[in-house]
Design a protein around this ligand. Structure first.
Ligand SMILES: *Cc1c(COP(=O)(O)O)cnc(C)c1O
Length: 417
């Protein structure tokens, strides 16, 4: 159930615009919570030992990070910046999983000494961690290995340790030789979202669980299958993809069912994790813009919006939109909705057909993933985020000011403050 669209109207949007400016995001944190619960339920119905590790980089609004934590999920972070977000949201170190190819050694040491998990991306990184562990002779460090193998998706991934290489054997040997480095987790992540690639990911990881269990004499407590799941979309968006868009049940069938089968006799089966970002956040945010003007150039109509394609970070598709008319509209057969930047390619929606007028609100749906986190301070500062749930409005990120952005620059008149 998608509640807020119905609560919006031109009057309401005009009031919000009067207070927050001509451009802002509307979050539905209750939709995000529902997604977390539904996805968890879909997996747990088949394999009960399941948790979400939320991919912070997709959308790190603290309101969302806190919901995941409250529901018992993990924080999946890929930098010391994201780890700091988790800690400020009150996430316990033991609920933090740190992935990514480059990690700050000091912060990695801190997390490991405090019970968090680091997934090593290379043998070299594992050796760095071994050196760090020698400064903590009374601690056991929780480690994971990011596993790189072919799942037939046509991508030669640069992440993780090639499981067929000598490096992987050496990594396992290193863990064997140093029991204070505890293999807590086996991890993989593949970016391609089609469910067709999931069986290879799952069987690959199950084979690796058996292999490392045999080599180490103990089983990893967690198996983390990474992200790469589609989120919910309206039919108008689905129709723009060539393949069918899978739902949570489809992924649960592909991942949880083989786990249930593989561990059917295990007395202490591992916890299965996935790292959704898009699948949870995608349909939780809308982006509100206004039509600043409409003009014709050699027979082609352009509606210039107060927002930019950089705000919605969707390319190659027309996002789901809804127009809230304010002015007296005219019918257009073909308008491109373009952004405030000076980039020709800044087009938010192509070939719109219908009524439109200066002052109208154009609201873009499905803007929750890789939007606010990817938006550069290009030409204008960032706009506010409002949590609009059950009719209540809460400002959860204020609009950026000139001072916010330029406090780090030296303007040459007295140096940096
Ligand atoms: C980006 C990323 C995710 C989230 O991926 P989505 O498919 O966008 O949800 C999860 N895990 C890792 C390691 C990632 O890099």
């Amino acid at each position: 159930m998608r509640e807020p669209a119905d609560l919006l109207n031109a009057q309401r949007l005009s009031e919000l615009a009067a207070e927050y400016g001509p451009c802002f995001y509307l979050l539905s944190s209750s939709q995000f919570r529902r997604n977390c619960l539904e996805l968890t339920e879909a997996f747990r119905a088949i394999y009960p030992h399941f948790s979400i590790a939320y991919s912070y980089k997709t959308n790190y609004l603290p309101a969302l990070c806190r919901i995941v934590d409250e529901l018992g999920g993990y924080a999946e972070v890929v930098s010391e910046m994201e780890m700091e977000i988790a800690l400020r949201c009150g996430v316990q170190p033991a609920r933090i999983v740190w992935n990514g190819p480059v990690k700050n050694a000091e912060r990695m040491e801190w997390l490991l000494a405090n019970g968090g998990t680091v997934h090593a991306d290379s043998l070299d990184e594992l050796q760095t961690i071994l050196a760090l562990s020698q400064k903590h002779p009374n601690s056991t460090f929780c480690l994971g290995l990011r596993c790189n193998f072919d799942v037939g998706d046509g991508v030669l991934s640069r992440f993780g340790i090639d499981t067929q290489s000598e490096d992987f054997s050496q990594a396992v040997q290193l863990l064997r030789d140093h029991p204070r480095l505890r293999l807590t987790s086996l991890h993989c992540h593949f970016a391609r979202r089609q469910v067709e690639y999931w069986p290879a990911r799952v069987s690959g990881m199950l084979a690796l669980v058996d292999r490392v269990t045999e080599a180490l004499g103990y089983a990893p407590r967690r198996v983390d299958l990474g992200g790469g799941l589609f989120g919910k979309m309206p039919d108008s968006l689905k129709a723009q993809f060539s393949a069918r868009i899978p739902d949570y049940q489809d992924y649960a069938g592909a991942a949880a069912a083989p786990f249930a089968q593989h561990f059917r006799q295990a007395s202490d089966p591992p916890e299965l994790l996935v790292e959704p970002g898009t699948a949870l956040a995608g349909d939780c945010m809308r982006f509100v813009t206004r039509v600043c003007g409409i003009k014709q150039v050699r027979g082609k109509a352009f509606a210039t919006l107060s927002g930019s394609q950089k705000n919605i970070s969707m390319t190659g598709v027309n996002p789901p939109i809804r127009i809230y008319p304010v002015g007296e509209g005219r019918h257009y057969a073909d308008v491109d909705m373009v952004g405030y930047t000076c980039i020709e390619a800044d087009v938010l929606y192509r070939h719109y057909q219908g009524e439109l007028a200066k002052g109208d609100f154009v609201v873009f749906d499905n803007c929750g993933s890789y939007s606010i986190v990817m938006k550069p301070p290009f030409i204008l500062p960032n706009v506010p985020v409002l949590d609009l749930d059950h009719g209540d409005v809460r400002l959860i990120r204020r609009g950026e000011t000139f001072e916010d952005l330029f406090a780090t620059y030296d303007f040459g008149n007295g140096g940096l403050s």
